[in-house]
Design a protein around this ligand. Structure first.
Ligand code: ADP
Ligand code: MG
Length: 661
């Protein structure tokens, strides 16, 4: 790879600036791609939309220069466009006089007057006249003008530069892709929209193919590792399933079988269990832990909040203790003495399942043959705690559970190194949640609807967006709502409050009371956003709902509609937003996430941006999803092929690129 110093015009100072742009050699430079293109069209003077014009023509007169005062000069000449003669004026461009010769063909950019006679020009170009030009626009850095950058790129393009084409021949042929060099020329100097598209598509494919190769490698590194081999008879699992008050859905069964296959294979499991809110992931996790238990290993189940951990703990105990499984709860709120006792039990393997919060992975927890680590409702980027795992040298299998439906596009990139099980259909017998949009002035109507539910002995969640920030004037805070609800229903029904500033124990007490039906209306902040499961709750009222993101609203709404009872979600908002309308139309989490994606763009969805995971140079996982899909399949195929074993250049590249995880 040739250095940059040989490139005409690049000095030491530019070198360090280019480095900032990630350009360290000629190969980088020619692959420094425009981030967008401008389409420059010569204006049709008979059909102008505004006064901005681009005209081609031949210079007809020697430019005249007037010095108006010290800092202002004016240059003008006449231009023959073939159909008209225009007077072109440029300010402070006297130095152009020499180059603007009679007979030269130029393109003029500027503003035209009403009579279509005079143009005040901002730019005059000597480039050949084209009716339509696609002009690249580059990101650059302070100290390097875009034109300079383009010039340097051109300098290299003129030479016999070399680039490595990483796309295996097989796929070049399969998709009739143009060569890398050709595409590079086209990307910097587009000849037509169609050709440019071909060039970009090739470059994107290469980028995504390499990314997917990297994913295959990560997958191999993680899952190719020798895992634990188990011998679990599925019939033993069936015995637990038989005791459940429901039959598993086919998606639940399928997920369970996939996990069973992973656990009994010698390879390490690294799996995401994806399923909409209420789809029934927990039971799959519980049965997975049971399989692990049958092989004599410990399991952990980590929940994001204390309340959820407790809920899981109770649930697990109910289902598995009859089968001899010993479960403990390990949270940060334990008293020192209790904690020590529990830690001893874990270390001496007197317990099989350990359920808790982040406390599961603090320094002092020493596991005894931990074979399975399950993380519930947690975004994968929050789970580095696993790094602290003290586990006597064995590598446990890993299962993530997520109810945050991720558009297929992101799932592929974000979880490209994992296997994915999906629970798509919710348990049958459930009725679609009825979602209504109401204004604050309709409160009376809302209260009436609430009363209908209360009369049926059903429970209600009321969601307030902020806590005790009464200075933020318009917001319904929890206390205000509490008063309001008590005024309306306090005489006959019990109103409870749950918010983030309460202590863990207080929260538990309230949740417990709600679970038992002792509280009829639970006013809460988004503390209850994830996981809580109270089947008798059939209505959710969300105040100031426009303040929430789509996904958050969807998660919240998922707290109701968890049984055969008809459930309702009432979104209160004085502003009608597109987001809120989406919710009234569908309860399908995947559709909602696609919508969210569309409304917000591929920007900061789920904080993915911060992770840098989607930082592609050219490709956009949403717009280029088709290419992505092909690249994924091809990369998976190629990774296993003999060709790859001999492709040292590509192997080298993959080794070099930083670890994405
Ligand atoms: P999530 O996927 O949101 O974690 P849960 O696992 O909490 O959902 O399940 C929601 C509710 O559905 C629970 O009450 C659970 O017992 C129940 N459930 C799970 N599977 C089924 C099923 N196959 N049929 C009926 N109810 C089910
Ligand atoms: Mg759950």
């Amino acid at each position: 790879m040739a250095g940059l110093k040989e490139v005409k015009g690049i000095g030491d100072k530019s070198l360090s600036l280019l480095k900032k742009l990630g350009i360290e050699n000629e190969e980088d430079l020619v692959q420094y791609y425009p981030f967008r293109y401008n389409l420059i069209r010569v204006s049709d003077l008979d059909h102008l939309i505004d006064d901005k014009v681009i005209v081609d023509g031949v210079i007809e007169s020697i430019p005249k220069v007037f010095y108006i005062h010290k800092n202002l000069n004016k240059l003008s000449f006449s231009l023959n466009t073939g159909t008209r003669i225009l007077t072109i004026t440029l300010f402070n461009r006297a130095y152009l006089k020499q180059s603007l010769k009679i007979g030269s063909k130029v393109t003029v950019f500027g503003k035209i007057d009403r009579n279509l006679r005079n143009i005040v020009a901002s730019e005059v170009r000597f480039s050949p006249l084209l009716k339509e030009t696609i002009e690249p626009v580059y990101h650059t850095t302070n100290g390097i003008a875009m034109t300079k950058l383009a010039q340097w790129i051109d300098e290299v393009l003129k030479t016999d530069f070399s680039v490595i084409d990483y796309i295996p021949k097989k796929y070049l042929e399969k998709y009739h892709l143009i060569s890398k060099k050709e595409s590079i020329f086209e990307i910097h100097h587009p000849t037509s929209e169609q050709q440019l598209k071909k060039a970009l598509m090739r470059a994107k494919y290469e980028e995504l193919f390499l990314f997917m190769m990297k994913m295959s490698e990560l997958r191999e590194n993680k899952m190719g590792k020798i895992g634990l081999e188990r011998n679990v008879d599925f019939n033993d699992v069936e015995k637990v399933i038989e005791t459940l008050p429901f039959t598993l859905t086919s998606d639940q069964r399928k997920s369970l079988e996939e996990i069973h296959a992973d656990l009994t294979s010698p390879k390490r499991m690294n799996r995401l269990l994806q399923g909409d809110v209420g789809s029934g992931k927990t039971i799959v996790a519980i049965l997975s832990m049971y399989m692990n238990y049958l092989s004599g290993y410990q399991s952990t189940l980590m929940a994001p909040t204390e309340i959820l951990a407790i809920q899981h703990y109770e649930n697990v105990n109910k289902i598995l203790s009859p089968f001899g499984v010993r479960t403990v709860l390990l949270t940060g709120k334990l008293k020192t003495k209790d904690r020590r006792e529990i830690l001893e039990k874990i270390a001496s393997k007197e317990v099989d399942l350990i359920i808790g919060t982040h406390a599961l992975f603090t320094e002092d927890v020493i596991y005894n043959n931990l074979g399975l680590v399950i993380t519930d409702e947690q975004h994968r980027f929050g789970v580095n705690q696993r790094g602290n795992l003290k586990n006597k040298g064995i590598t446990p299998d890993v299962l993530y559970m997520s109810a945050t439906p991720i558009p297929r596009t992101y799932a592929l990139t974000l979880y490209g190194d994992m296997d994915i099980s999906s629970i798509k259909a919710s348990p049958s017998g459930r009725k679609e949640i009825i979602t209504l949009l109401r204004k604050e002035e309709d409160l009376k109507e809302v209260l009436t609807m609430m009363f209908e539910q209360l009369k049926l002995h059903h429970q209600i969640y009321v969601i307030a967006p902020l806590i005790e920030e009464s200075d933020k004037m318009d917001l319904e805070n929890v206390e205000q709502l509490e008063q309001k609800m008590n005024r309306a229903f306090g005489k006959y029904y019990k109103v409870g409050v749950l918010h983030g500033k309460m202590k863990g124990i207080e929260k538990e007490e309230v949740m417990d009371a709600f679970q038992k039906g002792e509280i009829d209306i639970l006013i809460s902040t988004t503390v209850i956003e994830v996981g809580i499961n109270v089947l008798n709750a059939t209505m959710m009222v969300i105040f100031d709902s426009y303040r929430f993101g789509l996904s958050a609203l969807h998660q919240l709404r998922g707290r109701v509609g968890r049984s055969e009872l008809q459930s309702y979600c009432i979104l209160i908002s004085n502003y009608e937003t597109e987001r809120l309308n989406v919710l009234t139309k569908t309860t399908d989490g995947f559709k909602i996430s696609e919508e969210d994606f569309r409304l917000r763009g591929s920007g900061d969805l789920f904080g993915i941006k911060q992770s840098g995971m989607h930082a592609f140079k050219l490709a956009d996982v949403k717009d280029d999803f088709d290419i992505l899909k092909h690249a994924k399949l091809d990369a998976e195929e190629y990774y296993m092929s003999d060709d790859f074993k001999e492709n040292f250049i590509l192997q080298e590249l993959l080794k070099k690129s930083e670890d994405l995880d």
